[in-house]
Design a protein around this ligand. Structure first.
Ligand code: ISJ
Length: 110
């Protein structure tokens, strides 16, 4: 095994191309096909997640603008705690970190 995780030529099954093994890390063409298909689904999911985050940013900006225009503050910490709790309850401790990143993206855009 090389430092990049690519199996040496002798370790590849005869029907696998070098390119496929290098891209997926699989040791068989069947595994490489599964990985390639699943990666396409992940890329599609990531595009949808990014779209939803951008939509969240726009909705958050509407709220912040209305509050600031009315004389209030941009940030509402009690509401942010509710958002953090929501993500932590759904996803555990990493959910809190994810929610903090989302709040960072959504704050300060108006
Ligand atoms: C969107 C709001 O304004 C700010 C942004 C938040 C968010 O993006 O979830 C939450 C609280 C506020 O700091 C809100 O008060 O709901």
């Amino acid at each position: 095994m090389s430092e990049t995780g690519t199996p040496p030529t002798a370790a590849r099954s005869p029907d696998m191309t070098v390119t496929t093994a290098d891209k997926t890390g699989a040791r068989t063409s069947e595994a490489a096909d599964v990985i390639t298909g699943a990666r396409e689904r992940i890329d599609s999911l990531d595009d949808r997640i990014i779209g939803l985050i951008q939509e969240r940013m726009a909705v958050s900006a509407v709220i912040q603008e209305a509050r600031i225009t009315s004389g209030g503050r941009r940030v509402n910490l009690s509401r942010e705690m509710e958002v953090l709790d929501h993500y932590r309850e759904a996803l555990g401790k990493p959910g809190t970190a994810l929610a903090m990143t989302l709040l960072e993206l959504c704050r300060g855009r108006v």
